[in-house]
Design a protein around this ligand. Structure first.
Ligand code: SF4
Ligand code: SF4
Length: 238
């Protein structure tokens, strides 16, 4: 089955009103990393229980991003051939260290301008990110599965999947979308009908498009496999 995955930055009313952090799609995070002068990845203890996260941390390392490991996350990294540039017992200690006025980065050459976080529990990371807001020149980016309101940018794990082969181009989804976010192109290209395009989705609360499709051609997915695919998109765009 041919599927097209559209990653949708999530906007909730409460986020807009109360939070600073933006939820962005994977390619936007890749672009932030590419434009950073000195990015680093800080890993947390979840790596010990999720071998997928270890695999992705290793891939980020292979792309030239140094790793700072906290908690038990250094163990699986070292076992997979990655030597962190710094190891801290907890993110709390590390944050204190970074907040120290004399902090010159982990190699003494000065600070980092983009910090990626992966493998943390949401509430804990949120507290540490709140403290790190003192670093106005550092872009904090959560690439964990959950929205981090205190990170400047968080990875979206919200995606609309369009099963191109099932779509007959009836236009129901186009009509019900409150944001006119869907384009329907009933033309045939390379023997295949071009189907709906939900690039402009505003992540409405009810996902009317999926509910209105008589052919189950649109599906909303979140977390799990979609999250790891999003990490793939970041890595493929570095
Ligand atoms: S109906 Fe809602 S979820 Fe579907 S494309 Fe429109 S804004 Fe996005
Ligand atoms: S409602 Fe379903 S079948 Fe109709 S255009 Fe939308 S995705 Fe295609």
């Amino acid at each position: 089955m041919i599927e097209t995955v559209y990653y949708i930055p999530k906007h909730e009313i409460s986020d807009k009103q109360c939070r600073e952090g933006m939820v962005v799609e994977p390619k936007a995070i890749a672009s932030l990393i590419r434009s950073a002068r000195r990015p680093i990845l800080i890993t947390g203890g979840k790596l010990l229980e999720d071998e997928n996260l270890v695999r992705y941390a290793v891939k980020f390392h292979k792309k030239g991003i140094p790793i700072v490991a906290t908690g038990a996350s250094s163990k699986p990294l070292v076992e997979n051939g990655v030597k962190p540039i710094f190891v801290s017992r907890t993110l709390h200690y590390l944050t204190q260290y970074m907040l120290d006025e004399s902090w010159k980065g982990f190699d003494g050459k000065g600070g980092y301008d983009l910090i990626l976080f992966m493998g943390f529990t949401p509430a804990y990371l949120s507290r540490m990110l709140s403290a790190l807001k003192h670093f106005s020149n550092v872009v904090t980016v959560s690439i964990d599965e959950f929205y981090q309101p205190n990170a400047k940018f968080s990875l979206t794990d919200f995606a609309l999947i369009v099963r191109d082969e099932l779509c007959i181009g009836c236009g129901n989804c186009v009509i019900v979308c409150p944001y006119n976010a869907i384009e329907c192109q009933s033309i045939v290209k390379n023997g295949r009908r071009l189907t709906v395009d939900v690039r402009f989705c505003k992540d409405c609360e009810y996902v009317f498009c999926a509910d209105s499709c008589p052919y189950d051609a649109i599906e909303f997915r979140k977390g799990g496999e979609i999250y790891y695919k999003a990490l793939d998109v970041i890595l493929n765009n570095l």
